[in-house]
Design a binder for this molecule. Structure first.
Ligand code: ADP
Ligand code: MG
Length: 223
């Protein structure tokens, strides 16, 4: 129990640090962005440089916003919730993206899955991050299977299986490292955030991947 306490204390310090960094960087960034937009109106001959600076500023902004989200664990509110309701809400949020990308989601939830004690918003964030990765891995569309199974008297298993390009074996142990991304516009923060949230819920994540798809397994305690 003592070790657990030390760990969660570390997390809080990391969270505070992240919030500090994000706030410190965001103010000057906002000023730069404002001046940049004003200057852009006159100086069209340097358009290429402006475009590069502009997209780099946007990238910093995206990263900071994700870090800020990460730095709010003190707002966590644990309540008993129905996993199906949470999943349905997430799928509604992602509907336009899945339609646009020709992706079909096949959901299979075993009957009488117990309520799980969780922070609803954090758990939604986890599903959004995993599903976005699956969508991004399937540029030509395909199916994503989501299964929720009762695994034992005290745990459930949430499985997300996609038909995407997969994660090369030599990179599998790097995903989830902060800022590790293989995408041009990625932040490499999605899986790290998922890992943190699941750990706070005393759950476990397993990732298996092959060139024909990726399988995410989230084990969740129900008591
Ligand atoms: P980002 O999506 O911003 O790159 P993530 O932390 O969400 O950051 O993911 C890190 C990396 O893990 C991705 O860049 C990608 O290479 C790999 N990855 C994660 N999920 C999948 C998936 N379902 N299919 C293929 N690759 C994935
Ligand atoms: Mg991602």
């Amino acid at each position: 129990a003592q070790e657990l306490m030390i760990n969660s204390e570390k997390l809080t310090i990391a969270g505070q640090l992240a919030a500090g960094i994000a706030h410190e960087v965001r103010n000057p960034l906002t000023a730069i962005k404002g001046f940049f937009q004003m200057m852009e109106k006159d100086v069209m001959e340097n358009k290429l440089y402006f475009d590069v600076i502009g997209s780099e500023i946007n990238r910093i902004e995206v990263i900071l916003n994700e870090l800020l989200l990460l730095a709010k664990p003190q707002e966590a509110k644990f309540e008993f919730k129905n996993i199906e309701v949470i999943l349905n809400h997430v799928l509604t949020l992602l509907e336009s993206q899945t339609n646009l990308n020709n992706i079909q989601i096949i959901k299979n939830i075993e009957p009488s899955i117990p309520l799980i004690k969780c922070d609803e918003n954090q758990l939604k964030q986890v599903f959004i991050n995993f599903l976005k990765n699956s969508i991004e891995a399937m540029p030509r569309g395909g199916m994503i299977h989501i299964d929720v199974l009762q695994q034992s008297a005290s745990s459930i298993l949430i499985r997300i299986v996609d038909q995407g390009s997969g994660i090369p074996e030599h990179l599998l142990n790097r995903v989830g490292e902060p800022f590790f991304t293989t995408k041009e516009k990625g932040t490499g923060l999605g899986l790290m955030i998922c890992k943190n949230i699941i750990e706070e819920h005393q759950g476990k994540i397993k990732i298996a991947s092959s060139p024909s798809g990726t399988r995410i397994e989230i084990h969740f305690p129900t008591s």
